[in-house]
Design a binder for this molecule. Structure first.
Ligand SMILES: Cc1cc2nc3c(=O)[nH]c(=O)nc-3n(C[C@H](O)[C@H](O)[C@H](O)COP(=O)(O)O)c2cc1C
Length: 178
């Protein structure tokens, strides 16, 4: 099946996953900004990945602008964020984010995954540092036992960069593609 992996990545976690997928499936790979509707037409399967920022999937407009083309193709969508998508307790929240980002028709058609990414405070842009500092203040007020893995990563982001991106996280996604 002729497959194109498309990614939009600010700090590299989504790009890392996209490259692993393309390698594993021997697929073509392109950055979202370099993909046109005509490019999509040339493939049987599209795999799109974007980093999660304040609940929005970076670069998702490539999907929303090309719904009619994509409904006729095999479609896999993955978001990359701090939460671990393999944990049951994270799934309702991640599903809600997907529902905010994508129309029902596309969500029902696509196979959707959430992969765990990375956070390195020193590499963030100025505006992202500001946003994360604000989030950190809010999260730090939660009792420690109510903080999830993502909260803890944010609270400790200045002293502890985290990188949860791991090839193993791709197994469920690759399984549906093989
Ligand atoms: C400003 C900002 C907002 C973020 N918002 C979310 C979020 O809403 N949900 C989430 O799971 N991760 C969130 N993250 C974490 C990123 O999704 C994570 O760092 C991911 O690895 C980014 O992928 P990329 O480097 O490929 O763009 C946020 C990170 C930053 C810097």
């Amino acid at each position: 099946m002729k497959t194109l992996v498309i990614y939009t990545s600010k700090y590299g976690a989504t790009e890392k996953y996209a490259k692993w997928i393309a390698e594993e499936l021997q697929a073509d790979i392109k950055e979202g900004k370099n993909v046109s509707s005509d490019t999509l037409q040339g493939y049987d399967r599209i795999i799109f990945g974007g980093g999660m920022y304040a609940g929005s999937i970076n670069g998702i407009d490539i999907i929303t602008k090309n719904e009619s083309i994509l409904l006729g193709k095999d479609l896999v969508i993955f978001s990359v964020g701090l939460l671990d998508g393999s944990k049951t307790e994270n799934q309702p929240g991640l599903q809600e984010s997907m529902e905010r980002n994508l129309k029902k028709e596309i969500l029902e058609h696509a196979k959707v995954f959430h992969l765990q990414g990375a956070l390195e405070y020193n590499k963030l842009s100025f505006s992202h540092k500001m946003m994360m500092n604000m989030m950190r203040k809010i999260i730090a007020k939660k009792p420690a036992e109510e903080q999830n893995e993502s909260d803890r990563a944010i609270v400790n982001m200045k002293q502890n960069p985290v990188d949860f991106a791991n090839k193993k996280n791709l197994k469920p996604l690759l399984d549906v593609c093989k």
